[in-house]
Design a protein around this ligand. Structure first.
Ligand code: GLN
Length: 543
């Protein structure tokens, strides 16, 4: 029997609903239950794939190639359950499917309306494909009170009614702001937010109250009384130093216990939280520190590199060190020559994924610095493409080596596969037109060559990693680049697409066309990040 937990947020956005949902999932899992987390976003984009990272942070990619909200990344990192296309939907996605049905005549004769058609579609998303899950945790994006979230609130209200209160739980995350002049935590915004939910027919069962300090007993009583919620279910969620402490803190506050009580699952086994304790210990009490420079372009908005910074933390967990990230805007290397000195003394350099020409030359400079100075280098997606351009220019002497992404070029070392197919006189695939969902997305296999660093790091001959890119390194340059020392150590099983490059004569230099950061977990750090941080640690002992 599957139970449904609905998570809403009130008062302000950015309260960490995604982490709260993920942490609850992890706690239920630690008690031996099967969980699946889902995200429903009220915005109108069909998916976040076309949004700038400035708007919505990183776009998370699932194995089956969906471009989803970054919260799905938190869900996977906390529970290890891999999300699928069906676990993330937006209003735009809901309407797309309704309008397609309408055109096919599936509603023939009916007036298509928000209620029941949109709300039914939302309910279908929440309940679809549910088989052995004990809990489906559905997080509703946005803040209660937003106009666009109304159909979602109505849908979860109906679903709660339909499955029955013993199979549904409404959890609301709010904020108790501290007003220094009054010296008090304020409960009024929470009361109003709950009233708003009640106005939509939803009585929250549990309140999770974010606060920067302990909530006094009197305030808790007040919230309970005015919001119609037992005091034990008004749970404080204090600010913490690391997100990986959240499951432990919520457990101490009784969150999972109260959730299970609501479902009358009093005989539930105690959770095994030892793995989380070990993770928290390693994050909070590392035995050393490495400094890693990340040369990118969205460095003012770190949500754009969420999975990446988490994967580096995981690499740190694996090596029992703290990874201190120095975020560097790559354009600084283009503006003044001496700026490259900023990389002096860094223990490792990473160029992450990216799009467009801005900052690309600076990234190539960073690659050169890492290659020549023998500093560990990790290039991810765009960072691999820039490593290949650097090799083509500075080792193979192709001065104008470039990527078609930056405009027409005589030497498109990086380009669209369709360009080369065209050259061969083969059929070309449509590359023009729609931009949404037109990249190489999702999991693809890759074969690793014996005797390479990649093979050693993974410890296996075939891997599967997630992709999100439009351009590829042109295989016709492989021979030339390999002669110059850049080894293509991982390729697609058909041998047509390069996936990994490396320099055998460098202490640690790897470029990957995929995004390994998407699959790293705190309890299962990705082998590449584990090995990269280890190489940074070795380097730190040299400088
Ligand atoms: N812009 C590059 C491409 O589309 C790289 C994308 C990325 O780094 N995710 O191929």
């Amino acid at each position: 029997m599957t139970r449904f937990i609905f998570i809403t947020g009130g008062v302000v956005s950015s309260l960490g609903k995604g982490i709260a949902s993920a942490a609850l999932g992890a706690l239920l899992q630690a008690r031996g239950y099967n969980v699946r987390l889902r995200k429903l976003d009220p915005y109108l984009n069909v998916d976040p794939g076309t949004m700038s990272p400035y708007q919505h942070g990183e776009v998370f990619i699932t194995d089956d190639g969906a471009e989803t909200d970054l919260d799905l990344g938190h869900y996977e990192r906390f529970t290890g359950v891999h999300a699928t296309k069906g676990d993330s939907v937006s209003t735009g996605g809901i309407y797309t499917s309704i309008l397609k049905k309408e055109r096919r005549g599936e509603y023939l004769g009916a007036t298509v309306q928000v209620i029941p058609h949109v709300t039914n579609e939302i309910k279908n998303v929440i309940t679809s494909g549910v088989t052995e899950e004990d809990f489906i945790i559905s997080e509703i994006g946005g803040t209660v009170g937003d106009i666009e979230s109304l159909p979602f609130l109505e849908a979860i209200r109906q679903l709660g009614y339909e499955v029955g209160r013993d199979r549904a739980l409404f959890l609301h995350l709010t904020l108790l702001p501290y007003i220094p002049t009054a010296g008090e935590l304020k409960t009024k915004p929470t009361q109003h937010s709950v009233k708003e939910l009640q106005g939509h027919g939803i009585q929250p069962d549990i309140l999770l109250c974010r606060s920067d300090r302990e909530i006094p007993a009197g305030e808790r009583r007040k919230i309970a009384l005015f919001c119609n919620i037992p005091e034990a279910n008004c749970i404080q969620a204090l600010d913490l130093n690391s997100i990986y402490e959240v499951p432990l803190a919520y457990h101490r506050e009784g969150l999972d216990t109260q959730v299970l009580k609501h479902f009358s699952m009093d005989d539930a086994p105690e959770p095994d939280l030892e793995p989380w304790r070990e993770i928290a210990r390693r994050v909070m009490e590392p035995e050393g520190e490495v400094r890693i420079a990340v040369v990118g372009k969205y460095t003012v908005l770190l949500d754009a590199y969420k999975s990446l910074s988490e994967a580096l933390i995981h690499g740190g967990i694996a090596n029992n060190v703290k990874v201190k990230i120095d975020w560097i805007e790559s354009e600084v290397f283009e503006k003044e020559e001496e700026a490259i000195q900023r990389l002096e003394g860094t223990h490792a350099i990473l160029v992450p994924g990216g799009f467009g020409e801005r900052g690309a030359e600076g990234k190539i400079e960073a690659v050169r610095f890492a290659r020549e100075r023998k500093i560990p280098y990790f290039g991810i997606c765009f960072g691999m493409q820039m490593a290949v351009l650097e090799a083509a220019r500075n080792l193979a002497g192709i001065e104008d080596a470039s990527s078609s992404e930056f405009g027409p070029t005589n030497h498109s070392i990086v380009g669209l596969m369709t360009e080369w197919e065209k050259e061969d006189g083969k059929e070309t695939r449509a590359a023009d037109g729609d931009l949404g969902g037109t990249m190489r997305l999702g999991a693809y296999p890759c074969v690793l060559e014996e005797g390479t660093l990649a093979r050693e790091v993974y410890g296996t001959a075939e891997i599967s990693e997630r992709h999100r890119h439009r351009y590829e390194v042109n295989m016709s340059y492989r021979e030339l680049l390999e002669e110059k020392g850049l080894k293509f150590s991982g390729v697609s099983p058909d041998g047509l697409l390069p996936e990994i490059v490396e320099y055998p004569d460098h202490p640690w230099f790897i470029g990957v066309q995929f995004h390994p950061e998407l699959k790293s977990k705190p309890f299962d750090p990705h082998p590449l990040f584990k090995s990269f941080v280890e190489a940074a640690l070795t380097q730190s002992r040299l400088v």
